[in-house]
Write a protein that binds this ligand. Sequence first.
Ligand code: PLP
Length: 433
Amino acid sequence: MQDLNPLAIELNEQIRDATPEVYKLLSELGKRVFLPKGILSQSAEANAKADRFNATRAVAFENDEIMQLNVSRQLVPELSPENIFGYAPILGNTELRQAWKTHHQKENPLLAETTFNLPIVTSGMTHGFSLLADLFVNKGDTLILPNKIWGNYRLIFQTKARADVQTYPFFNTEKRFDIIGFSKTLSNISADKLLILLNFPHNPTGYAVTRVEAQQITDAIVACADTGCSILVMVDDAYAGFWYDAEVMQESIFGPLVGCHPNVIPVKIDGATKEEYAWGLRVGFLTFALPDKAMQGIEGKLSGLIRAETSGAAQISQTLILEAMKAPGYTEQKQRNYEILKARALKVKQVTADARYANLWEVYPSHAGYFICLCLKSGNAEKARQTLLNESGIGTIALSETELRVAYSCLEETDIEPVFRLIAQVIESQKSR
Ligand SMILES: Cc1ncc(COP(=O)(O)O)c(C=O)c1O
């Protein structure tokens, strides 16, 4: 085995001294990785001192401005060339990171009583998960997921990182979060390291937890941590903010998890993807709540991983998000979009619960996010999907033999009734075939 680089050893010691629980969670790659001193540190030194000629950066300059093609420059005339074409720092634009931290504080009152670190920018949330897999997952480590998930988790953690995925039923018989199933799965764990991934608002069902459920989940995790197990809890908050039901908790479960137990290390994964209506800009964030010294070590590790993978998220994407967050009208525009999505959510709830459809499907509880999921009482979801697509031009997602996911976020409110009428007709016609 290759010797550890002294810089990796330094980071490992920094993390181990500050939080041995985090050190215990690091993967082999996590222990090995570091950011080499070299071009980046020499450039940083030159940025501070080279006041005549700075010939360090691998970019091109002309008349003291980053060189550019006017054909692309003229498409974004209001942004400075550096903020469009220059490289962003590896961990992201500092002002954007600060703005996102302020956003967390505003949207998550429970975080007011805690301290958490400056978010790290990733190239979309998927990249954030992939970084966590690199940093924390060894082949065979146990990852606890519910039996209904966003499929990419399996690709990242099972196929790529080779975690041992164990599932619990997402719903109990009352169609609430199955806290007993979740707790049982945790109590069967005998390993001293565990990974858990939580996602509310939930893809694919739109389920969100109440404050009581959030506390029960936290308590179950704490009980597991009490046995000496170190636990990384990944909180996927892709759909944070899209809560439409007053009964559910209107903030992230990251809040209750922060500081709940020394062995529990929560990390919040979220992004501009859904929250800022910027799916393809690829701006995500990773937020930890660690002591400063441990966080410096983790930042060093993540800098090394990001440097080796993407070398940083796109500058123009970060600039667009930051400038939007500072712009007049930002809050009003977000509120407007939220109201539109909420109206669709309420309409979908009303339409799908219509007594006419009661013999066709059961609707999983949906309080938030983009989706509603129908559990068909007869027929086959994949066949229904194909018929809807080929005969009516309606696209849906078949999740299993009986489950059909509809992203109502993509439907105008007036289209909701006709779409579900057609879905009902197709399921009805399967019965008579
Ligand atoms: C639950 C969930 N998490 C994460 C993501 C991915 O976000 P990104 O596009 O930023 O990688 C999605 C995208 O659909 C999602 O549904």
